[in-house]
Design a protein around this ligand. Structure first.
Ligand code: SME
Length: 157
C-alpha cells in the first residue's frame, strides 16, 4: 500500500469508527467493532485491544491468531505504551528490548494508549504486521484520532 492509499483508507475508516462507537453503552462492543473496521480495511496481521485491569493488560477484542492473555503493565511494547503514556512505533520487533512475541510471524508493531475523558489509560490498541517497518507517523496520527472516540469509557472491565 502506498502512503497516499494508506491516508485514503484511514480517511474512510476513522469516521466509520466514530459512527460505530458513538453512543454504545457496552465498551467491549465498541472495541470489537473498532478492531473489525481497522483489521479488514487495512489488512493487518493482528489487530486488537488489551484492556487495563489493575497491574495487567488483559486480552480484549481482536482479529488474527490467538494471542497472549495477560501482559504486565511494565512489559513489552504494550506495557511501554502504557507506562510512557504515548504511542510506540516499532519498525523491527527483534530490536525492541522486552518485546513479547505472541507470534513469530510478527515483524513490526504499533501500540496506542486509549485515554478516558478523565485522563486515565483504559486500554492499549496493539497492531502487528508481518512485514518490517509497516507503521509510521500516518498510522500514529489516524489511530490516535480513532482511539479518542473511546474516551467516553472510564473502564472496559
Ligand atoms: N507484542 C506485544 C504483545 C501482544 S501481541 O503482539 C498480540 C508486546 O510486546 O507488548
Amino acid at each position: 500500500m502506498t502512503q497516499s492509499e494508506k491516508i485514503s483508507k484511514y480517511e474512510e475508516i476513522v469516521p466509520q469508527i466514530q459512527a460505530l462507537v458513538s453512543g454504545v453503552k457496552y465498551g467491549i462492543s465498541s472495541l470489537a467493532n473498532f478492531v473489525a473496521a481497522v483489521h479488514r480495511n487495512m489488512n493487518f496481521f493482528w489487530t486488537g485491544f488489551y484492556v487495563v485491569d489493575g497491574d495487567y493488560l488483559l486480552l480484549g477484542p481482536f482479529q488474527g491468531d490467538p494471542a497472549c492473555l495477560s501482559i504486565h503493565k511494565s512489559k513489552g511494547v504494550c506495557g511501554t505504551a502504557y507506562t510512557k503514556e504515548q504511542t510506540i512505533v516499532v519498525e523491527d520487533v527483534d530490536k525492541f528490548p522486552g518485546h513479547i512475541a505472541c507470534s513469530s510471524l510478527s515483524k513490526s508493531e504499533i501500540a496506542v494508549p486509549v485515554f478516558s475523558k478523565s485522563g486515565i489509560i483504559t486500554a492499549v490498541l496493539d497492531i502487528d504486521s508481518d512485514s518490517l517497518a509497516t507503521f509510521d507517523d500516518i498510522d500514529k496520527k489516524y489511530l490516535e484520532k480513532a482511539v479518542a472516540y473511546l474516551q467516553e469509557y472510564e473502564s472496559f472491565i
